[in-house]
Design a protein around this ligand. Sequence first.
Ligand code: DX5
Ligand code: ZN
Length: 222
Amino acid sequence: MKSTIVAPSLLAADFSAAGEALRLVESSGAPWLHLDVMDGRFVPNLTFGPKMVADLRRRSSLFFDAHLMVESPESMVDGFIEAGADAITFHVEACVHAHRLVERIRSAGRKAGVSIVPSTPVSAIVELMRCVDLVLVMTVNPGFGGQRLIPDCVRKVSEIYEFREREGLGFDIAVDGGVNGDTAPRVRAAGADALVMGSAFFESADPAALVRDVLALPGPRA
Ligand code: DX5
Ligand code: ZN
């Protein structure tokens, strides 16, 4: 069984103190930093671009997990590759020629991920799951942190987990949106390997304890 990964999301941090946020993530024991890129078109919000990722990259060896919530992700991936993102995840809803994009990300030596919003069924990525490194299931409608997890989306995590095990595939399963100390056991039990946490992490009085508790959760079928 894959081990659990905690991926604090910078979105919930104070952007004027991004360096401090980075140090907090590093000292918490979380191995990944989740970087939410929003373009004001695919989602109704704007965040940051490759420069932020490049600036943080110079200060950290965390695994940088870039989540592109953008239209035409193929026009942006090169910037994030150059900036030093370790994984680049795009939305299947925003990309027609997804295999080509996966190939481009992987040929640059980075992990390629595909994500689905709550209204997209798992069937939309059946063809892609054989060639990606990461599948990210959104459990809120993307655009903002601090929303409540939509319980029905957890069923999709189980569906993807079953598919992966049945087909003997190796991609990681990530869950993003409304994951906190209360909901994490449910998503981990459903088969999520990587748990993205924005507000739960940055609003926690003891982020290291939160990470420790999540890393100790029993996995699927345990
Ligand atoms: C939402 C982003 C998430 C966000 C999650 O559109 O993709 O990564 O940071 O925030 P929380 O954990 O607060 O729901
Ligand atoms: Zn995200």
